[in-house]
Write a protein that binds this ligand. Sequence first.
Ligand code: IVH
Length: 664
Amino acid sequence: MKEPLEKRAEELRKQLEHHEYLYYVLDQPEISDAEFDGLMRELRGIEEAHPELRTPDSPTQRVGGAPREGFVKVAHSSPMLSLDNALNEQELRDFDARVSGLLKSKDYEYVAELKLDGLSMAAHYSAGRLEQALTRGDGRVGEDVTENARTIRSLPLRTRKGALEQGGFEVRGEVVMPRKSFERLNEERDAGGLARFANPRNAAAGALRALDPGVTAARQLDYFSYFLLRDGRPAMESHWASLETLTAAGFKVNPHRKKCEGIEELLEFIREWENKRDGLPYETDGVVAKIDSIAQQESLGWTAKAPRWAVAFKYPARQSQTVLESIEVQVGRTGTLTPVAHLKPVTIGGVTVARATLHNEDEIARLGVEIGDTVLVERSGDVIPKIVRVVEHGRKRRSFQMPRSCPVCGGHVAREEGEAASRCVNTNCPARLRESLLHFASRHVMDIDGMGDALVDQLLSRGMVHNIADLYGLTVEQLLELERMGNKSASKVIHNIDQSRSRPLARVLNGLGIPFVGERTAQILASYFGSLDEIAKAPAETLQEVNEVGPKVAESICEFFAEKRNRELVDRLRAAGLTFTGPKEKKKEGPLTGTTFVLTGTLPTLTREEAKLRIEQAGGKVAGSVSSKTSFVVAGEEAGSKLDKAKQLGVPVLDEAGLLAKLG
Ligand code: IVH
């Protein structure tokens, strides 16, 4: 008989798998994030106390692997080729004519699928368990990214009961980064002074090939399956049947697909999705049409580069030229001033575009754009339209200057050295308050459903809230005074506020809106310190001991908690019963514990990011500047002033080989 604990662990794993499936594959969650976290915590607890009960495919083991030095190359079971493109209707008709000519018949069907804008990946399963995942690479040989792929929650670690459990099989599909994750990632990069990713595909590619699976996990990738193979060959007799089998086995298969009886039906599908695709949470750039019957696919065969039985129809790029008429400045929750371009309205792919973000002063300088210029604007679904480049200088062009005072409250505007953003320094700025309330209530932070723009604006204009803590004093009666607020919705909002008291520490920390402390940093800090009070009283040096926390972030945290009004706010949140403590992660111990490194110049093989990760993995710390506390400076080619400083202070200097020796 199985021990009760072992049974409970398996039960929890099944429940978690089921809820991951509902959430990540079907997008139809049945329980709240908090309930899900509760189950996960219980399972973690059991597995920590009884490591022998931990299984490799347990939902707790998605992010298990340690950072690596590189990826092992592995040959594909059969080449992962690419597709020929059709750029317009005629090219598609030509393709269809070729197919019917080669098949000597008109008796065939297409399966039309959306072409997802990501990168392809193969996943190998054995006895229903994920064994290995490979990037496409050059099509013949890919890279083993198994540890990273495991962090993709829509990729099952084991298949659903009864399906594909015998023998081995291979799934091929597309890794994508949802627009929301992409936008959040770029916001975090702005805040950290890092360069933005140009598009979700680049960000997804970077994430899938990150050396640290933790990085992949944080980027929240998604995976859509579109091929099912055994021994490198299609596993079923038709493509459609493969998609259905994959769906039944728990894989995420894009639901927007259709069996088409001929070219006209295919064209109809293409037209239908040309604009509808904007409403999808991920980017698509066309439609892939595949001959359904595998026998017919085989008789059509392949060219050296692509199958003759499939084609990718590409939607035209959604770009257009227009005039930049003015630049408005908006104020965000941390007081960041964002320049927004007002454009002469232009229709791009059926949608009128009149605004585009310019992000910050540096971006404006990079584009070299001035008011009055004609610019090329690109729209891709939800992602805010962006200015690609200047096409022509305006005759009466004028340059943009960031205002010196806040356009909302008139407060002083400052731009700190090394930062891209200019900020309004008035902490009472009404624009900041509005945005900080919206941030606090948002889904990924305190998840207070119903607390959107309309409600926040009313609460503010009636003076019912002056900070985030005031939310916890609201009553149903108060909300009933507001417009469009019935008994039912008022009670719901109050209930949701109430529920948010149990959100974990990392979310509370993120919700405070400390500059540079986004979702990921908040998570790292929460698990390092395990308590908000410990974070609040930590000096900058202690904060900097935490991976990924540099001087800028540390200083920002210290400044936040040094302010009396913020400390009072925190006290009120504590009194309101919010979560102030959480599980604390054990500190990494290794050969480099207690040593601090500074990196400078270009190393022969390691990138700076890789070197940093490896030092941190070995228990060491990487600092940004050389001081008497620095243990070693690692210098590569074109090392700058940091090397001089090291010599001045007598800090030992290592080259890459020296570092590798220390890493052991
Ligand atoms: S089928 C023989 N189906 O587009 C290769 N590819 O241009 C057949 N892609 O490398 C690929 N969505 O990365 C297929 N529904 C879909 C797709 C899709 C996106 C990508 C894939 C492929 C590229 C070809």
